[in-house]
Unconditional design. Structure first.
Length: 143
């Protein structure tokens, strides 16, 4: 016998970006990955979380020969059909990858190449949009 009746809206996408403070606000729980001209690479987190709360770490965009990427993590993204866009501050950037993270079941990953023009922009808002649906805005800080 049924216990309850009702309706539920099911959408192909419902984007959300994971944040360091785990409340959907502030700095994303993300990585900055730098690929150097000599073939080496390295990564740093976008945040630090001392006992006083999580804050954005300033992002260094490296040398002119470095390629620097933002790796965002979230959910509700992989089912997109028309596209994923990312605006950082006033700059709209192409998304290099948006889909399953590959290791953690159910986690999505978004990779965005960061242009050197963001250098010195300070604290900026990151707005991800999936099939026209906006994710929670997050903030980054650029040296």
């Amino acid at each position: 016998d049924p216990v309850a009746f009702g309706t539920a809206n099911i959408a192909a996408v419902s984007p959300g970006i994971y944040t360091a403070a785990q409340d959907g606000k502030g700095v994303p729980a993300a990585l900055i990955v730098t690929f150097h001209a000599d073939g080496t690479s390295g990564y740093v987190f976008t945040f630090q979380c001392p006992s006083t709360g999580c804050t954005a770490l300033p992002i260094d965009l490296g040398l002119s020969t470095d390629q620097v990427y933002l790796y965002l993590y979230g959910t509700g993204i992989r089912g997109y059909s028309t596209g994923v866009t990312c605006k950082i501050g006033s700059t709209t950037l192409p998304v290099a990858y948006a889909g399953p993270q590959g290791f953690y079941v159910g986690e999505d990953q978004i990779n965005i190449a960061l242009p050197k023009s963001l250098k010195g922009s300070g604290t900026v808002t990151v707005q991800l949009t999936v099939d026209g649906v906006a994710a929670n805005p997050v903030t980054l800080n650029f040296k």
